[in-house]
Design a protein around this ligand. Structure first.
Ligand SMILES: [Zn+2]
Length: 239
């Protein structure tokens, strides 16, 4: 699967939208991506998971940056769970031609406790010196990725790589990125970062947005929509 094929798949499933959007950061954008729209189709989720696992394995086989397959795949809940499961499945199901493959790869996910602190629940654990790779759907600021790394490292694990379907960071060397520095809030990963594709969105401060200037209606994806019944009631009340 090349970049263009993935792009088409994202568009076809409605995961990648073009228009005028208010992002969760508050910025306005001409694009919006919601990987869950693609991952809701199990066969596509599997296909993307296999592809990501292959990219990972190619990196290993070329002997450049990763010395072995991790014992554990770890994802931040909820967005990373489906793709994390698929990558773990692909890595442990004999897709690889590399030696040193671990067969019983686990997939665990990190949740937030009632105080919003990242935590392992459901009896998940990581042993001392167990290696792990973080798998996400989209990486933008890297905040949730670094939360997973910090928690599992504190518990004794050893981070070996970061994988995501989509790279939305401003990092340029995304297929095998090490320790790039940035002063604009982008992540500074010191382990390899592998993604299937890099998407650059045009983002704008609300008061400088050219789409607002053209009076194009803005959408806030992910927010709850009013049901038609509620809208009708509201409409009749307001008359
Ligand atoms: Zn706007």
């Amino acid at each position: 699967m090349n970049d263009e094929e993935l792009y088409k798949l994202l568009e076809r499933t409605g995961a990648l939208l073009t228009g005028h959007f208010k992002l969760s950061s508050g910025l306005h954008s001409d694009k919006y991506v919601q990987c869950a729209k693609l991952l809701q189709y199990p066969e596509m989720a599997e296909q993307v998971g296999v592809e990501l696992a292959k990219r990972y394995e190619n990196t290993i086989c070329n002997g450049r940056t990763i010395d072995k397959i991790p014992n554990v795949i770890a994802s931040p809940a909820i967005g990373g769970i489906v793709i994390g499961q698929e990558v773990a499945k692909a890595l442990s199901s004999g897709q690889t031609t590399c030696s040193g493959r671990t067969t019983n790869i686990r997939h665990i996910f990190v949740e937030k406790d009632s105080d919003g602190k990242p935590t392992l629940r459901r009896g998940f654990s990581i042993a001392q010196d167990e290696t792990f790779a973080v798998v996400e759907d989209v990486i933008t600021t890297g905040k949730s990725t670094l939360e997973v790394i910090d928690l599992l490292t504190e518990l004794g694990g050893k981070a070996v790589a970061i994988l995501s379907i989509i790279d939305r960071t401003n990092c340029r060397g995304h297929t095998s990125c090490r320790g790039h520095t940035s002063s604009d809030g982008n992540p500074e990963f010191d382990i390899p970062f592998i993604s299937l594709t890099k998407l650059d969105f045009n983002t704008y401060e609300p008061d400088k947005c050219p789409l607002c200037a053209q009076n194009i209606p803005i959408e806030k994806p992910g927010s709850r929509r009013r049901s038609p019944v509620f809208s009708a009631l509201h409409f009749s009340e307001s008359r």
